[in-house]
Ligand binder design. Structure first.
Ligand SMILES: [Ca+2]
Ligand SMILES: [Ca+2]
Ligand SMILES: [Ca+2]
Ligand SMILES: [Ca+2]
Length: 378
């Protein structure tokens, strides 16, 4: 005590801080309590520090203090009354830290578990930013075209006219020539290019026997042989077989259907031997030569036949034909039997798209040399 006083038969006087007279007895023990560090009289008499979820019940500097035991937190800044009163592992208003409130947006229940906001979204809503604290399940997966049915499942760029999500699935019209052939616009949109897909040519499931689809139509493949034929024993059968051998070696579909644009003097001309197709005739690079049979034999091709069976460009070569532009027989060295001066055969040049493609020159039969051949899928 500052001074020892006796007033009215009682010991009195002011205590020296931080000491306090908590038993109201200044006679026996004066100011007996050190309120700076007494957890039962911390800062004032009978001010007892709560030890709730504290590593140790502590009074220091006349205030209740001390470290909380995780995951508990002192969120009301009051360690006297209730210590570390918040279980931050499961308190959805103080989840992981004080005042960290879990959003309950589109969640079955606002849930804090393991100090993190969690819980199941209510369908069709999705938590696409992995943040259930800020905005819960913020995405409506039934109609969000960027998160359609699932997060990051974007309907954009899959050959649809509009990025439309309805009922959790990408929907909408395909942009031609693309079609949705697997009835799944969510995973892959309109996944088939029907302009050039030989399995879906012009329509889903429309398979081209030729294995070639051009401008949404199955086409008959045409090529010029990569090699020159020997001249001995020429006949329609021999030249056809050569086309088929080349088509087989090149791995073309249906190689046995190939026939040579070749005639003899026995009536075996393309005009008789060929299937007169309503479909286009095209090169292996997709170049259309003729839109159909009638277009093929009208005297002019849409493009020269300047691609071989391996899809390799080949230009400026001379081709055995013995055939006129209308597909009928021309000069054939008497069915490829004559080697006489004065007899002739017709050859073409694959430099040309006019009638010279098949009938460029009449060549005398004594100078027959190895030549290429045009091959047509039937
Ligand atoms: Ca006392
Ligand atoms: Ca507290
Ligand atoms: Ca979220
Ligand atoms: Ca699809």
């Amino acid at each position: 005590m500052a001074t020892n006083n006796c007033v009215g038969s009682a010991c009195t006087g002011a205590c020296v801080a931080p000491f306090l007279d908590c038993n109201s007895d200044k006679t026996t023990d004066g100011c007996e309590t050190d309120s700076s560090g007494d957890t039962s009289n911390c800062g004032s008499c009978n001010n007892s520090c709560s030890g709730k979820h504290l590593a140790a019940t502590t009074c220091a500097g006349s205030a209740c203090t001390g470290a909380c035991v995780a995951p508990f937190l002192d969120c009301n800044s009051d360690k006297t009354t209730d210590g570390c009163e918040i279980d931050s592992s499961s308190d959805s208003s103080n989840c992981g830290s004080c005042s960290n409130s879990c959003s309950g947006k589109h969640l079955a229940a606002t849930t804090c578990a393991g100090s993190a906001c969690t819980g199941a979204c209510v369908a069709p809503f999705l938590d696409c930013n992995s943040d259930k604290t800020l905005d819960g399940c913020e995405i409506d997966g039934s109609s969000d075209a960027s998160n359609c049915g699932s997060c990051s499942n974007s309907c954009a760029g899959k050959h649809l006219a509009a990025t439309t999500c309805a009922g959790g699935a990408c929907t909408g019209a395909c942009v031609a020539p693309f079609l949705d052939c697997n009835m799944d616009k969510t995973t892959d949109g309109c996944e088939k290019n029907t302009s050039n897909d030989p399995m879906n040519c012009g329509a889903c499931g429309m398979a081209c026997m030729s294995g070639k689809c051009v401008n949404s139509q199955c086409v008959n493949v045409v090529f010029v042989s990569s090699v020159a034929l020997p001249i001995a024993g020429l006949s329609v059968a021999v030249v056809n077989a050569e086309c088929q051998t080349l088509a087989t070696a090149a791995g073309l579909p249906r190689p046995s259907s190939y026939k040579a644009w070749f005639s003899d003097n026995m009536g075996n001309s393309p005009s008789i031997r060929f299937v007169q197709s309503a479909s286009p005739y095209a090169l292996l690079d997709g170049t259309v030569v003729a839109n159909n049979w009638a277009d093929l034999i009208d005297g002019t091709l849409a493009a020269p036949i300047a691609i071989d069976q391996n899809a390799t460009p080949l230009v400026g070569v001379t081709v055995f034909t013995g055939t006129k532009a209308d597909g009928t027989a021309g000069n054939t060295c008497i069915g490829w039997t004559s080697v006489m001066i004065g007899d002739t055969y017709d050859d073409g040049s694959n430099s040309f798209a006019d009638s010279k493609w098949t009938q460029n020159a009449a060549v005398t039969c004594d100078v027959m040399a190895a030549r290429r051949v045009y091959c047509f899928e039937q």
